[in-house]
Design a binder for this molecule. Structure first.
Ligand SMILES: *[C@@H]1O[C@H](CO)[C@@H](O)[C@H](O)[C@H]1NC(C)=O
Ligand SMILES: *[C@@H]1O[C@H](CO)[C@@H](O)[C@H](O)[C@H]1NC(C)=O
Ligand SMILES: *[C@@H]1O[C@H](CO)[C@@H](O)[C@H](O)[C@H]1NC(C)=O
Ligand SMILES: *[C@@H]1O[C@H](CO)[C@@H](O)[C@H](O)[C@H]1NC(C)=O
Length: 962
């Protein structure tokens, strides 16, 4: 034994070795000689809590520093040793609480250490469970964090094991060996469970998988398990595992200790694989489809005379600065091609889009709406929201490698993540979480979508909100996205999916970018490549070259083998090189040879075997990273469906591809770095922040997108950052053993470890931290004396508060005037899409009963999501709202100021609609709210925001709430 273990876990749980146990020895001989060194293992197994009543049960004491410093070898300079454990303490966190940004950030940091280990543990848990389906690591993460939210014994054990699994200087390079070695050990434990002794003599054998809540459950003395594992490692059975794991963990004792503690961390989870499968199905929801546009006449809900029929459509208010092409009126000449007939934003003069059969390059603008929450003290969450632009650009850059073969690319036109967009702000963290759980954003908080959508349907509007857990979805999109209503034409992502603190990073195998690719394909009309429960083809007939598949990859009996095969492809074919993965993805079209494995075939009677890595099946992120692809059939179908369904996006996408906006940088196909990869340069460098193009003075529609000012990406670390051994950076300020350090230091009292620091993972590219969080470093920020300062309580980050606009003197009503919501009118001329008249400052082109209004300056929107707002009351004198005094003229707006009655649950009257009365030959466009029509003599409107989606876009009778 050369390993020096210095367990700093405060208390030692003495574990009585049951002298009464018996062994079914068979060919196995208990290696009692090894038991002498096992005492220290118990400390690890007891970490974070007890095993149950009467067995050392205790609660984790947060003031303890359960930090193990384990130095391998007897070198004089342990810092040079390969595997030095510096483990972090577990901090319990309650998800649904209005926690401060710093508390939430430390929860995110903790999860970031856990997540890589879930890539290994998901398949280890499956091995122990004896089930075939391998739980997706993301689902395991959601399940564990959610289920053990109130009782964090299991999470604290996992946190400890997670750090020790990542002891290697590059966990992601060794992940195949670590995973297969551990799987072998846990297959061995499962297979031999009946031989691992009993505790109660005559009462029978222990079930290793017995629930800890069962009264008959007695803990297995970890010495016995450890001895059993060690004997296996010394026998031919586990020679493979020993060979895989020894180079990483140095010796058999360390391996056995890790396996024992892993066993206690996962044994309850192994019994819950079936419950996790339920979460797995919700993880990627069925892609919702927009209700078909209703063209057939409808009867009016709530109206007695059912022979009065109407057709309705949304005709909602689109306003903007006069130079915005989104408000340019589409010319109604008959000279356009039939294909252009639905182009809702006029194309630049002289530009003719190609046909889908030509497979033109298409560059699609994205507008991210990052939902925020108020912390109640002038600050906003989630932490790091100010880095949203960088996060979006990173995710898009990775997604673009994968979409390149489809000749489809994305660019970040605008990222809205500022309190000046009032609709983004939820009143509390709790409320923000509840916008995504249980259910989808559009159902729970979707009333802001229609008013706030930007540049629709030319751009894809992506709403980012909520966390996993409690939500169990990663993202959603309508397939294909509607073009007449953003409510059915937007995309949703959780903050977890989007954030580099979540899964938008290498450490989660680029799960965030995978989600963006998947949902973009839905938006462009693609269905999943599998169908559930039968061997039929969900994406038929538009796509014929994806094999018929029954169920997603992770539900198959061969899922575990497929998972390991993908890990093998990552490790061997790609040499665990992130740049190579991106480069290959940018070239790969069609099913790659190593994703056509006849052993992975859910429908043997139909042609082909299952693809484990089509971007639009449900599969493991490691498969998408290593083998991700789309087929030629999908590429052709996406172009054709998009051209038919959303000609505005398709034509403008071609225009942007030929005239790339500033926000777009084509994927840089990096030369693969030699293997083993040195510190990789931050691969696709994110495009520069979106600059605001100056409005084109030319009368022709400005072809450039008009991004509002995005939040300037405030780097989470400023100032000098030293480099780590693996080519990352140190964080400026970090905490260890309750002391605070900055950058790269030698911790006083632990000089033997040399210089080290917490690795800055905020750019998403630093997956190779030791124990998931630290690395050795070379100080390069000048000489510093490392002083341990007690970590101060976090101070709130400064709040970007909306600047008051009132001048304090006479209220202004012209250009730049203040508005009722504390926002500012645009200084530019503005107009309605449906009109050619332009206005400056406050005006009332819609004869709105509430008075004058204006289009807001760029970078602002109201709490309802509107890009316009009412002016201060004084401004109405200058231009009084028309009154309806005297004889009633139809249609007239009932001017409901307190909401509506008579509508189905949750519905409101749409802000703009057209209604046509069949048989009367009458049609009214530009209607708003609850309006009385002469044809019916009663209040009516077209619905939106209904809880039940099928009630939207219907005509209903209505009245004003009082
Ligand atoms: C454990 O199970 C394996 C089968 O997986 C078997 O080959 C081996 O002999 C068993 N070991 C012992 C000690 O019983
Ligand atoms: C969070 O704060 C909001 C608003 O102050 C409050 O309504 C809610 O109950 C709080 N939730 C929790 C879990 O504390
Ligand atoms: C696992 O899959 C194999 C075939 O690959 C099958 O024989 C076995 O019954 C399956 N086990 C379970 C628990 O489904
Ligand atoms: C119902 O409406 C139709 C017009 O669509 C009208 O001809 C008929 O008289 C109305 N019936 C009643 C009972 O008002």
């Amino acid at each position: 034994m050369s390993t020096v273990k210095n367990p700093a876990y405060g208390r030692k749980d003495e574990e009585a070795v049951d002298e009464g146990h018996t062994y079914d020895q068979g060919s196995w001989r208990a290696p009692w000689g090894l038991l002498t060194v096992i005492g220290v293992l118990v400390l690890l197994a007891g970490f974070g809590g007890g095993f149950g009543a009467g067995w050392g049960a205790r609660s984790a004491n947060q003031n303890d520093e359960p930090c193990t410093i384990q130095v391998s070898g007897t070198d004089a300079n342990p810092a040079a040793a390969d595997n030095v454990d510096i483990l972090r303490q577990f901090t319990p966190f309650k998800i649904s609480s209005n926690a401060s940004n710093s508390a939430v950030q430390s929860y995110y940091d903790q999860n970031a250490i856990l997540n890589p280990a879930f890539h290994t543990l998901s398949v280890v848990i499956t091995a122990l469970s004896g089930k075939n389906a391998t739980i997706d690591p993301n689902v395991l993460r959601i399940y564990v964090l959610g289920k053990y939210d109130g009782d964090q014994d299991v999470v604290s054990r996992l946190f400890n094991v997670a750090q020790r699994l990542q002891v290697s200087p590059d966990f992601f390079q060794n992940i195949l060996e670590i995973t297969t070695g551990m799987v072998d050990i846990f297959n061995y434990i499962r297979d031999n469970m009946s031989k691992i002794g009993t505790t109660s003599g005559a009462s029978g054998r222990r079930a290793l998988l017995q629930s800890s809540s069962s009264s008959s459950n007695q803990p297995l003395p970890s010495q016995v398990l450890s001895a059993f594992i060690k004997s296996g490692l010394q026998s031919p059975t586990l020679q493979g595992a020993l060979g895989d794991l020894t180079p990483i963990f140095s010796d058999i004792d360390t391996i056995a200790a890790l396996a024992v503690d892993t066993y206690y961390a996962i044994k309850d989870l192994a019994q819950q694989v079936d419950s996790m499968a339920v979460v797995m199905n919700n993880y990627h929801p069925e892609s919702p489809t927009a209700p078909p546009s209703v063209t057939a006449p409808l009867t009016i809900g709530g109206f007695a005379n059912t022979s009065v029929q109407v057709t309705v459509s949304y005709d909602y208010l689109v306003v903007g600065e006069a130079t915005d092409d989104a408000v340019a009126t589409v010319p109604s000449t008959g000279r356009r091609l039939l294909q252009d007939s639905q182009i809702l934003i006029p194309l630049p003069a002289g530009f003719t889009p190609k046909k889908p059969a030509d497979l033109p390059n298409v560059l699609i603008p994205l507008v991210f709406h990052v939902m925020l929450y108020s912390n109640g003290d002038g600050t906003y969450g989630p932490p790091n929201y100010a880095n949203s632009l960088t996060m979006a650009q990173r995710m898009v850059a990775i997604a673009n490698f994968r979409l390149q073969p489809a000749k489809i690319q994305l660019f970040v036109q605008e990222v809205r993540a500022s309190p000046n967009f009032q609709y983004l702000i939820k009143p509390s963290r709790d409320a923000w979480i509840n916008c995504a759980s249980p259910g989808f954003f559009y159902d729970l908080c979707g009333e802001v979508i229609q008013p706030s959508a930007v540049d629709f349907p030319r751009a894809i509007n992506i709403y980012v909100v909520g966390e996993q857990p409690p939500t169990d979805w990663v993202g959603y999109a309508f397939a294909p996205g509607a073009t007449d209503d953003p409510f059915y034409g937007h995309m949703g992502l959780t903050w977890t999916t989007f954030s580099t603190d979540g899964v938008n990073n290498r450490a989660n195998f680029e799960s965030g970018a995978s989600a963006l690719v998947h949902e973009t394909m839905h938006h462009l009309g693609m269905m999943h490549t599998f169908s559930d429960g039968t061997c039929s083809d969900d994406d038929a007939p538009s796509v014929s070259d994806t094999p018929t598949t029954n169920g997603p990859v992770w539900s198959q009996s061969w899922a575990q083998k497929a998972y390991i095969a993908c890990m093998n492809a990552w490790s061997k074919s790609l040499s665990a090189n992130w740049d190579t993965a991106n480069r290959q993805a940018s070239l790969r079209v069609g099913i790659p040879a190593n994703d056509a494995n006849s052993a992975f075939d859910s429908c043997p009677s139909s042609a082909g075997s299952d693809e484990t890595a089509n971007y639009i099946t449900y599969t493991y992120d490691i498969c998408l990273l290593a083998l991700g692809h789309l087929t030629t059939g999908q590429v052709i179908a996406m172009h054709q469906i998009t051209a038919d369904n959303n000609p505005t996006l398709y034509a403008w996408g071609q225009y942007y591809a030929l005239n790339p906006p500033a926000g777009y940088t084509p994927p840089v196909v990096a030369t693969p770095s030699p293997s083993p990869p040195p510190p990789s340069p931050p691969p696709p460098s994110p495009p520069p922040p979106v600059a605001k193009p100056s409005p084109s003075p030319s009368p022709s529609p400005s072809p450039s997108p008009s991004p509002s000012p995005s939040p300037s990406p405030a780097p989470s670390n400023t100032g000098c950052q030293s480099s780590t051994n693996k080519g990352c950076k140190c964080v400026n300020s970090w905490t260890y053993l309750n002391n605070q350090y900055s950058d790269c230091v030698t911790v006083p009292g632990e000089e033997k470890k040399g210089n080290w620091c917490q690795v800055d993972r905020s750019n998403g590219n630093c997956a190779n931290a030791r124990n998931g969080w630290w690395d050795y470093c070379t100080p390069s920020c000048g000489t510093k004396t490392a002083t341990a300062t007690p970590s101060p309580s976090p101070s709130p980050s400064p709040s970007p508060s909306p600047s008051p606009t009132s001048t304090g003197g006479t209220p202004r009503c012209g250009a730049g005037a203040p508005t009722k919501s504390g926002l500012t009118c645009t200084s530019a001329a503005w107009k309605l899409k449906s009109s050619t008249t332009t206005y400056t400052g406050c005006a009332n082109p819609t004869n709105d009963a509430k008075g004058n209004w204006c289009v807001l300056a760029k970078g602002q929107a109201t709490a309802s999501g509107a890009a316009w707002d009412y002016c201060l009351d004084n401004c109405n004198a200058a231009s009084p709202a028309p009154t309806t005094g005297g004889a009633v003229t139809y249609p007239y707006n009932k001017q409901c100021n307190r909401g509506f009655t008579g509508l189905p649950n949750g519905c409101t009257c749409a802000d703009g609609y057209t209604i046509s009365f069949q048989g009367y030959g009458t049609s009214y466009s530009g209607q708003r709210g609850c309006t009385v029509f002469s044809e019916t003599g009663t209040g009516m409107c077209v619905t939106s925001n209904c809880k039940t989606a099928s009630n939207n876009k219907k005509a209903f009778t209505c009245d004003c709430a009082v």
